[in-house]
Design a protein around this ligand. Structure first.
Ligand SMILES: *Cc1c(COP(=O)(O)O)cnc(C)c1O
Length: 387
C-alpha cells in the first residue's frame, strides 16, 4: 500500500487523524495522563484540558457545553438518545418514530426497543431519500414520545428537513433527536438555532480519533444513562473520560469549522469533475440522493449493468478505495437498506458505489478515480452482457 498510490474515497466510513489533532492529543497520553476525577495536580490538569475542549466543541456546535455528554462515538450517542429517552419516558407512551434510511445505530436501537415492548414507526422516504412531513404528521400518535430522524444521510448524502420535523415535534411536545454524524463538519449548523432536543456527533468522521463522540441533550430532556458507575459527565455517563480523545475531538472540530467553506467548495468541484468524466466516457450512470439538498462530501452513483461487489473489487485492485454505502453491511451481499427504501429498483441498488471525499483528496485524484471507474464499468458491464 505504501509503495504505490492508493486513493481513499471512503471518508464517510472514517477519516485519517489530522496531524494537528495528533499533536494536540500527544501530551494527554503520557505527560498529562491524570484521571480528571482526581483532586491532585495531575487530575486537575486533565480536567482543565477536558473542560476547555468541551467549551470549544460547544462553541463549534452552537450549544451550551454543559449539555454535551461525551460518549464512545456516534453509535453510543444514538443509543443513549433513543434507548435512554424511551426508558425514562415509557409511562408517557411507548411509540417512537424514525425513518427507514437511518444509520444502523438508530435502526437497531429501535429494533431492540420493539423487542422489549415499544412500538416503532419507520417512515418511508421518496426517491431522493427524503422523509415527507405529511407522513410524519400522520404517524404521530398521542403516545409518541420520540422522533429520531438523521440530519444528513451517510449513504446518499440527502439532507432531511430537520427544521420542519423539529417544529412539528415541538408543537406536539415530542422529543426530537437527530443523528448529525455526517452533517457535522460539513454543514454550518448551530444547535441553538435548530428545534432539536438531542443531536449526535462523532470525532472520527471529521479527522478526529476513533472512539469519541458526543450527544447534545437539552436541559428539558429526561433520560436514563446507560453506564452506571462514577459520577462523570454529571452522572449522565459513567467511566473515566477519554481525555486525549476529547482534546483531539475539540481540535478536529475547530479545524473543520475553520475550513468548512473551503472544503465544501473543493468537494463540490470533485463531484463535478467525476460526473464530467463519466459523461465524457459516455457510460450510463445515475446519481442517487437529492440533487441539491445533499452533503457535499458524498457521491453515490449507480452504473447500470454492473454489480457493486465487482466494481469495488476492481477499484480496489486499481488502488481506489470506495464503498457500497454503509461500512456495516459491506462484506455481505445484503442490499443497502437506504437504496431499497428509496425504491429505485433492484438493478440500481445492486450497482451503486459511494465515493466520499476528505481533506487529503484533490480534484485531480477525483478525476483519476472517475476515469478508472469508467474503464471498469465499460469492461465489466460488457462481461456481464456476454455472460
Ligand atoms: C459513522 C456513523 C455513525 C456511527 O458513529 P461511530 O462513531 O462510528 O460509532 C452513526 N451515524 C452515522 C450517520 C454515521 O455516519
Amino acid at each position: 500500500m505504501a509503495t504505490r498510490s492508493y486513493l481513499y474515497f471512503d471518508h464517510a466510513a472514517t477519516t485519517p487523524v489530522h496531524p494537528r489533532v495528533r499533536e494536540a492529543m500527544q501530551p494527554y497520553l503520557d505527560v498529562v495522563f491524570g484521571n480528571p476525577s482526581s483532586i491532585h495536580g495531575f487530575g486537575r490538569r486533565a480536567r482543565m484540558a477536558m473542560e476547555k475542549a468541551r467549551d470549544e466543541i460547544g462553541a463549534v456546535l452552537g450549544a451550551d457545553p454543559a449539555q454535551l455528554v461525551f460518549t464512545s462515538g456516534g453509535t453510543e450517542a444514538d443509543n443513549l438518545a433513543i434507548i435512554g429517552v424511551a426508558m425514562a419516558n415509557r409511562e408517557r407512551g411507548k411509540h417512537i418514530i424514525t425513518s427507514q434510511v437511518e444509520h444502523h445505530a438508530v435502526l437497531h436501537a429501535c429494533e431492540y426497543l420493539e423487542k422489549i415492548g415499544f412500538d416503532v414507526t419507520y417512515l418511508p422516504v421518496d426517491d431522493t431519500g427524503m422523509v415527507r412531513i405529511g407522513d410524519l404528521r400522520e404517524a404521530i400518535r398521542p403516545d409518541t414520545i420520540l422522533i429520531s430522524i438523521m440530519y444528513g444521510n451517510n449513504e446518499v448524502g440527502t439532507i432531511q428537513p430537520i427544521e420542519e420535523i423539529g417544529q412539528l415535534a415541538r408543537e406536539r411536545q415530542i422529543y426530537f433527536h437527530t443523528d448529525a454524524v455526517q452533517a457535522f463538519g460539513t454543514l454550518p449548523f448551530q444547535i441553538r438555532d435548530l428545534p432539536v432536543d438531542m443531536l449526535s456527533v462523532s470525532a472520527h468522521k471529521v479527522n478526529g480519533p476513533k472512539g469519541i463522540g458526543a450527544l447534545y441533550i437539552a436541559r428539558n430532556v429526561t433520560f436514563y444513562p446507560h453506564l452506571h458507575g462514577g459520577s462523570q459527565e454529571r452522572k449522565r455517563r459513567a467511566g473515566t473520560e477519554n481525555v486525549a480523545g476529547i482534546v483531539g475531538f475539540a481540535e478536529a472540530a475547530k479545524i473543520a469549522a475553520a475550513e468548512r467553506e473551503e472544503r465544501r467548495a473543493k468537494y463540490e468541484a470533485m463531484r463535478r469533475a467525476m460526473i464530467a468524466e463519466w459523461e465524457k466516457a459516455g457510460i450510463a450512470f445515475h446519481v442517487n440522493g437529492h440533487p441539491t439538498r445533499c452533503l457535499p462530501h458524498i457521491l453515490n452513483v449507480s452504473f447500470p449493468g454492473t454489480n457493486t461487489e465487482t466494481t469495488l473489487l476492481n477499484l480496489d485492485m486499481a488502488g481506489i478505495a470506495a464503498s457500497s454505502g454503509s461500512a456495516c453491511t459491506s462484506g455481505s451481499l445484503e442490499l443497502s437498506h437506504v437504496l431499497q427504501a428509496m425504491c429505485l429498483g433492484d438493478a440500481r441498488a445492486r450497482s451503486a458505489i459511494r465515493f466520499s471525499f476528505g481533506i487529503t483528496n484533490t480534484v485531480d485524484e477525483a478525476r483519476q478515480a472517475a476515469r478508472t471507474t469508467a474503464e471498469i464499468v465499460q469492461k465489466t458491464s460488457k462481461a456481464e452482457r456476454l455472460s
